[in-house]
Design a protein around this ligand. Structure first.
Ligand SMILES: [Zn+2]
Length: 288
């Protein structure tokens, strides 16, 4: 009996040692990263260290950057603002107390122009709503820039609504003949009441009724990756809810500044709006 028990224990010990070895030599999980496109509105993956060393921290214009593992490297996943001037750009990297600078090049990209006719109040808001717009703008800026570090952050998104893409990211907009900020999201033409799903796992961090966005909802995916949904008719998930990829979060509509019902979807990285399609599975080039 005793012999059998010892053999059993030895077996267990062997299994434990085996498991510990597997855990030690198993590579650190590779994060699913967005596709790289070094243009205004794109994403740069900038090497900031060797994965054999602890992860450095990186920042750009004071905003902390997502640092993820790619192969044998640590890379900073840098969201490049649409307003970025093409040319040499820099990020700041901190390794073991020492700060250094890393450069990368941003190429020019010309986005198409779209002319729209909208209700005058939406293009030139009346003075009485300016206070509301300013208040909402600083609130939304805070939402875009508040995030938690999360080792599980994944950029492998699925599209949050199914429908034709009616306006692409980055399109230069001329509203009622006046040039305005470029389109900082992707529009999906869907009827009011269509289900909007979470493109990836995350936490709902804000819901509200905003002048331009209408009914809007934000999901924090961790590490500075935040998504926004505008013109909704109804919220399904509420503030603080943990959501899984594919889970319904809202219903689409035409609230706020919208010419008709559609979903406006924005993706933010380090506080700036970037091309959502870089987070979706690659499509054949003919789709563009
Ligand atoms: Zn839009």
């Amino acid at each position: 009996m005793k012999v059998v028990r010892f053999a059993h224990l030895r077996n267990l010990r062997r299994r434990f040692v085996g498991l510990a070895l597997v855990l030690c030599i198993a590579p650190i999980a590779q994060a699913a990263l967005p596709r790289e496109l070094r243009v205004p509105g794109g994403v740069a993956l900038v090497k900031v260290g060797d994965a054999a060393s602890p992860a450095p921290t990186a920042s750009r214009d004071g905003a902390k950057l997502w640092v993820a593992r790619r192969g044998g490297d640590w890379v900073a996943v840098v969201g490049i603002a649409l307003s970025t001037t093409p040319g040499e750009q820099q990020i700041s990297v901190e390794t073991g107390g020492a700060t250094s600078t890393q450069s990368f090049r941003v190429k020019a990209k010309s986005y198409p122009v779209q002319k729209l006719k909208l209700d005058r109040a939406m293009v030139d808001p009346p003075p009485e709503v300016m206070t509301r717009i300013e208040r909402e703008s600083s609130h939304l800026k805070l939402v875009r820039n508040t995030w938690r570090a999360d080792a599980e952050t994944s950029a492998a998104f699925i599209i949050p609504a199914n429908g034709p893409l009616s306006s692409r990211f980055g399109v230069a907009r001329v509203l009622n003949g006046q040039p305005r900020s470029p389109h900082a999201g992707l529009d999906v033409a869907v009827a009011t009441g269509s289900t909007v799903i979470a493109p990836g796992d995350g936490i709902v961090v804000d819901t509200g009724d905003y002048y331009f966005c209408g009914k809007g909802l934000f999901v924090d995916h961790g590490s500075g990756l935040i998504t926004m949904y505008c013109h909704l008719s109804e919220f399904i998930a509420k503030n603080g809810d943990r959501v899984k990829q594919g889970e319904p979060i809202a219903r689409s509509g035409g609230t706020g500044r919208a010419t008709g019902p559609h979903l406006h979807w924005s993706v933010f990285l380090n506080g700036v709006s970037v091309e959502p399609e870089l987070f979706l599975p690659a499509k054949p080039q003919t789709a563009r």
